[in-house]
Design a protein around this ligand. Structure first.
Ligand code: NAD
Length: 297
């Protein structure tokens, strides 16, 4: 089971990063979005990331051109027919993911491995939606994908060992560090990280401290590279809220329940960096805590 061609579903925050690292590792990569506008935005994100790499002397111009040459953007699911592995990185919604997986199940040959980048959904529920449950695994990348080394490789009780090992080798070939996890909601990292992030929001809700001091506290007190509220803005508050709901539904433990403030911010369209406002406001030169949090409204 050798992986030579890669398909990626979704060219958002994660999909664009996954397509980029696959292309950088030399794999011909096809990435699919739902509209030309979103596809262009995703491909621009890849170009911007590679350009920064060139400016920092980490990527040569030739390497950048080669990586971009390896990526083909498309709106057609049929263009993923030649992929040995298809990695889905679309919205965190089981029905939407299953619908797309069922469609490509009829397009890709039986040998193609399907991988999901889900943060919190049960991989088994996606495996069962296809006619290849033994070749459906989890590949959980971290944000920003080009910089973060870790990938959780997830096997279900239905997974074929050869498919799992092929995916494990594939992750290594991307220059990433794979770890093996079982199919439990949140796998290893989110199981521990999500309650911590939600607790940071609860601390803010309870008026324990300001946005900046909560972040500074965990950064300087625990040696974390960034505070939890900054991290939440990176992850996306809409995505975090979906993840929290899914994990709460799965475990029925209140520590996974999305706090009211998070739900309200998502309802208001404050998704974090991607929308320009979250716990911080990104409209100026430097991020500042969002006005409604400073005023305590
Ligand atoms: P995002 O909103 O940035 O991107 C999702 C993209 O999928 C959007 O551009 C959307 O247009 C596209 N899409 C929707 N339906 C599609 C379809 N049928 N075919 C192709 N594209 C489609 O979200 P994201 O942060 O990239 O998250 C994607 C997945 O990765 C989710 O499952 C999420 O839980 C997971 N994840 C996210 C992070 C993170 O830090 N944001 C980290 C690890 C895993």
């Amino acid at each position: 089971m050798e992986i030579k061609n890669v398909g990626v579903l979704g060219c958002g925050l994660m999909g664009s990063g996954i397509a980029q690292v696959a292309a950088r590792a030399g794999y011909p990569t096809v990435v699919r979005e739902v509209s030309q506008d979103l596809l262009d935005k995703g491909l621009k994100r890849i170009e911007g990331f590679l350009k920064k790499g060139v400016e920092k002397g980490k990527v040569t111009r030739e390497e950048m051109a080669k990586a971009q040459g390896n990526i083909k953007g498309t709106l057609k699911l049929e263009d993923l027919a030649g992929s040995d592995i298809v990695i889905e990185a679309i919205v965190e919604d089981l029905d939407i993911k299953n619908e797309v997986l069922q469609t490509i199940d009829g397009i890709c040959p039986q040998k193609t491995i399907f991988a999901t980048n889900t943060s919190s959904l049960t991989v088994t529920a996606m495996a069962r939606a296809t006619r290849r449950p033994e070749r459906v695994i989890g590949l959980h990348f971290f944000n920003p994908v080009p910089l973060m080394k870790l990938v959780e490789v997830v096997r279900t009780i239905l997974t074929d060992e050869n498919a799992f090992q092929a995916a494990f080798r594939f992750v290594k070939s991307l220059g990433k560090e794979p770890i093996a996890a079982k199919d439990n909601s949140g796998f290893i990292v989110n199981l521990l990280l999500v309650p911590y992030l939600l607790d940071a929001i609860r601390a803010l809700e309870h008026g324990v401290a300001s946005v900046e001091d909560i972040d500074k506290g965990m950064q300087l007190g625990c040696g974390y590279p960034m505070g939890p509220l900054t991290l939440l803005d990176f992850v996306g508050l809409d995505t975090t809220c979906r993840i929290a709901n899914i994990m709460f539904e799965e475990y029925r433990e209140t520590r996974y329940a999305p706090p009211p403030l998070l739900r309200k911010m998502v309802l208001a369209g404050y998704y974090g960096r991607k929308s320009g406002k979250g716990f911080y406001d990104y409209s100026g030169e430097n991020p500042v805590p969002s006005d409604f949090l400073v005023l305590g409204r």
